[in-house]
Design a protein around this ligand. Structure first.
Ligand code: PLP
Length: 354
């Protein structure tokens, strides 16, 4: 287990995962593009034994979350490894608003008779607690995507459950700087490091952080058997990105708060959905799909693109995505980056005023 020493997360983000503390050693663990290693050290083959670069990322993230991190090739690689831990016939409880590939993964397993899935409204705490009692997997994303609803994590993570049950929080939107679900009693925390941890829209990477070494071992075993291993360059870039995570998030959150307030005053905006933390703001444009598409087509600084968590602001109309037609048609999800908020506001203003 990575025990973060008595330093603040901001300091840990800078100091952790640096490798050997010895004369002449590089200050950062370099990307090590090795499939195999000379025998005798205990490290033989990367898929089984990891590489120093993945381990740097795992040390850094594990210390921030307060558990043992296992890196995967992507967020979905990490999610699939968790689902693979389930016994046949398992009961899965899943939020009604979450990253679309996770319900896709759950449905694919249900169709094959591997498990059954029940969806729960994010804010229905009583229902979460009721279903957790005999669930094998409780999978919850908070804040949710893209409606940005917030679950009562302290209550749900502490819900009574059987010894083998897993409560898993997809904490991608919040990052370990905003919430640490393991401290609340969750068993696992999942991250798409593709988003805020990497922070520069230039990599795919995922991780699961476990509250116990035993489950981390099982997840590493899944990684070795199923092969969803991280790339050397991706892990290196993620560590580099995480050095500035606290700074990026501080800036982006301040701008998101500011923009959410300004958007709420704008006559072309119907609803603003902002939980009061984090750097994603969803808002509904008056008039639905066509005016919202026009806004996406008119922004110049903000990029019309999917995904989130980069230094650059991005925005998209989520109902336009296949399988997402249930969402409000005019809902735009804005991932606020690190540009100056005045410039972002001017960009939104000109785009919202045809
Ligand atoms: C992007 C994302 C995922 C999937 O991660 P990938 O790295 O794209 O595989 C899972 N959950 C959330 C909340 C995400 O934003």
């Amino acid at each position: 287990m990575v025990q973060r020493p008595e330093v603040k997360p901001e300091t840990w983000a800078v100091m952790a995962g640096r490798g050997a503390d010895s004369a002449g050693a590089p200050l950062n663990v370099p990307p090590v593009p090795a499939s195999n290693f000379q025998l005798g050290s205990g490290r033989a083959y990367s898929r089984d034994d990891a590489t120093p670069t993945w381990e740097a990322f795992e040390e850094l993230l594990g210390g921030l979350e307060g558990g043992e991190a296992v890196a995967f090739a992507s967020g979905m690689g990490a999610a699939a490894a968790v689902f693979d831990l389930l016994p046949v016939g398992a009961k899965v409880v899943l939020g009604d608003d979450c990253y679309q590939a996770v319900p896709g993964l759950a449905a694919a397993g249900e169709e094959r008779g591997r498990w059954s899935v029940e969806r729960v409204q994010i804010e229905d705490t009583a229902r979460w607690i009721e279903l957790a009692a005999d669930a094998d997997l409780v999978w919850l994303e908070s804040p949710s995507n893209p409606l940005l609803r917030v679950a009562d994590l302290p209550a749900i993570c502490a819900a009574p459950r059987s010894a083998d049950a897993l409560v898993v929080i997809d904490s991608t939107f919040a990052t370990p700087l905003v919430q640490r679900p393991l401290e609340l009693g969750a068993d696992l925390v999942m991250h798409s490091a593709t988003k805020y941890l990497g922070g520069h829209s230039d990599l795919l990477l995922g991780a699961v952080v476990s509250s116990t070494p035993e489950r981390a071992y099982q997840l590493r075993e899944r990684r070795a058997l199923a092969g969803a291993t991280p790339g050397a360059l991706e892990a290196f870039l993620a560590v580099r990105g995480m050095r500035t995570l606290p700074l990026r998030l501080q800036r982006a959150t301040a701008s998101a708060t500011d923009l959410a307030e300004r958007l709420a005053q704008h006559s072309a905006v119907e609803v603003v959905r902002y939980p009061g933390f984090g750097a994603v703001v969803s808002f509904d444009v008056q008039g639905g799909a066509a005016p919202a598409d026009a806004v996406c087509g008119s922004v110049r600084i903000i990029r019309h693109a999917t995904s989130l968590g980069g230094v650059e602001s991005t925005m998209e109309r989520r109902a336009a995505i296949p399988g997402q037609a249930h969402l409000p048609p005019g809902l735009l999800r804005l991932s606020v980056g690190c540009e100056h908020p005045d410039d972002l506001w001017r960009d939104l203003q000109q785009a919202l005023t045809p």
